[in-house]
Design a protein around this ligand. Structure first.
Ligand code: HEC
Length: 187
């Protein structure tokens, strides 16, 4: 027996409701994952053990692909090669000569031991990575330290609290007029 028109309609309603209910279940199941993905892609990520004391700053994802602001050298005893890189917000602020830096700015200082090029005696190249230092701008969260959160990492692990107490003091004493940032955009 072929179904009548009203019967057909009823069935397609039932199907539509079932599909809608299934979609809702799938959506609700996915929400926690989507939220965790969204959070993980924020400017600072990682678990608490990887966060700096005092500030809770972590090594930002993808910083090795960030644009160069300036290279630097540190004399003995550290005797290092360095490069300060920044996220898009940082680069745009630098290019526009904008001070203070806007919230969301992240600056990362990479550092390496000096190494003589194996191919060319007078050339110096990066040896082993020594530290990664991070400054994150959040003017409300870090109001008591000029709006900057600090993190210093060795082998991806944050150094102790005592070292983190020194960061703002030195940046404050020497670079206050430049929003506590020493590095200028390399010409
Ligand atoms: C005794 C002074 C001093 C202390 C302490 C200090 N810094 Fe710096 N910092 C500097 C100087 C000078 C530069 C720029 C030259 C260079 O790149 O080495 C700099 C550069 C930086 C930069 C690049 C942005 C900028 O300001 O040029 C970051 C990021 C940074 N420091 C993070 C930290 C963190 C994190 C700490 C604490 C663990 C810290 N600093 C402690 C002096 C200091």
């Amino acid at each position: 027996m072929t179904p009548t028109e009203p019967e057909k309609k009823q069935r397609s309603y039932a199907t539509a409701i079932t599909v809608a209910a299934l979609l809702l279940v799938v959506l609700l199941t996915c929400v926690p994952y989507l939220v965790s993905i969204a959070l993980a892609e924020g400017p600072v990520q990682g678990n608490a053990a990887d966060a700096s004391p005092i500030f809770g700053v972590t090594i930002p994802a993808g910083y090795k692909q960030w644009e160069l602001i300036a290279p630097a050298e540190e004399a003995a005893p550290l005797d290092e090669l360095r490069a300060v890189v920044g996220n898009q917000t940082a680069i745009e602020a630098y290019q526009a000569g904008k001070l203070p830096f806007p919230d969301g700015t992240i600056l990362v200082k990479r550092a390496w031991k000096r190494k003589q090029s194996p191919e060319f005696a007078s050339a110096t190249i990066p040896g082993a990575a020594t530290t990664v230092q991070v400054m994150v701008k959040d003017s409300r969260k870090y109001a008591s330290t000029g709006g900057w959160g600090f993190g210093r990492f060795v082998n991806s692990k944050p150094v102790d609290e005592a070292q983190h107490r020194t960061c703002f003091a030195c940046h404050d004493a020497r670079a206050k007029s430049r929003d506590y940032v020493f590095t200028r955009l390399a010409p």
